[in-house]
Design a protein around this ligand. Structure first.
Ligand code: ADE
Length: 271
């Protein structure tokens, strides 16, 4: 998978993305990055200007359409299919794990990082497929949000993480936050590791972890918990077996074993 980042600060993007886990994955040829300098496509060969005043007045400068379009076209020429082009903007839909997973499936992904007061609308209409924000706050430019998204997407590309499983079990993989984890020593500052984790009973440990995940999500992210609950409704409790009817049983005693939680009403007769 290759990320193409249209930016005014290619060194910032390259140096960050070529560090740590993503850097290793790029060295191993699993993912690739190319930060393309929009300035290189400016029609102003002397000053490489890429911004200008806004029609209709107002403070601040706007990034012009032409250098961005030419920059995009240069990227597009090198790719076989038309790529998804993400404009990182606080006006976009908010990025999440599901979108990260969706974007991790494509071969080439293009990011447009804006600066100044924004970008001429016409080039956005022409090239952008997705408007995406990283949250309801405003940053000074699109590079950091683009890198946040690239990090979250890359780690879902098979082979980027050493342990494929870790991508599956942690927060959001199953719609829940991750359970608490502990390492040595068994006791630290008077706090003990929960005994179940030392029991060696994997089934019990899994059950405990799921419980903890549910509790933690309910407490810290009630919005996620509500969603999870809709997708994972509690199983109705099994009906308790009826006791064998004895000749002396009355109607009341026959129905007393029907589970109240299942909200079944006892059958009534007219006689
Ligand atoms: N550019 C500035 N702020 C942003 C945000 N919150 N998300 C994406 N891009 C941005």
């Amino acid at each position: 998978m290759k990320f193409h980042i249209m930016t005014l600060f290619p060194e910032m993007v390259e140096s960050t993305l070529r560090t740590s886990i993503l850097g290793r994955a790029a060295q191993n040829g699993i993912i690739d990055f190319e930060a393309v300098n929009i300035r290189d496509y400016s029609a102003d060969l002397k000053h490489h200007k890429v911004d200008d005043y806004t029609y209709g007045g107002g403070a601040g400068m706007l990034m012009q359409a032409q250098p961005i379009y030419d920059c995009y076209k240069a990227i597009e020429e090198k790719i076989s299919a038309k790529p998804r082009v993400i404009y990182v903007t606080p006006q976009g839909t908010v990025f999440n794990q599901a979108l990260a997973a969706d974007l991790a499936k494509v071969e080439d992904l293009v990011f447009l990082c804006g600066h100044y007061e924004g970008v001429d609308e016409r080039v956005l209409e022409e090239i952008v497929t997705d408007y995406v924000s990283i949250g309801d706050y405003v940053l000074t430019g699109g590079e950091l949000p683009a890198m946040v998204m690239i990090d979250a997407i890359s780690r879902l590309v098979p082979g980027v993480l050493n342990n494929d499983e870790s991508a599956m079990t942690e927060s959001f993989g199953n719609g829940l936050l991750e359970y608490p984890q502990y390492s040595r020593p068994e006791e630290w500052m008077g706090k003990k590791v929960p005994p179940i984790l030392l029991s060696g009973d994997h089934k019990k440990v899994d059950e405990w972890r799921l419980e903890q995940s549910i509790e933690r999500t309910k407490e810290r992210r009630p919005d996620l918990y509500e969603k999870w609950l809709i997708e994972n409704p509690p199983k109705p409790e099994k009906k308790k077996r009826r006791r064998k009817k004895s000749a002396t049983d009355t109607l009341e005693s026959q129905t007393e074993f029907i589970n109240i939680e299942s909200q079944e009403k006892p059958e009534t007769t007219n006689d």
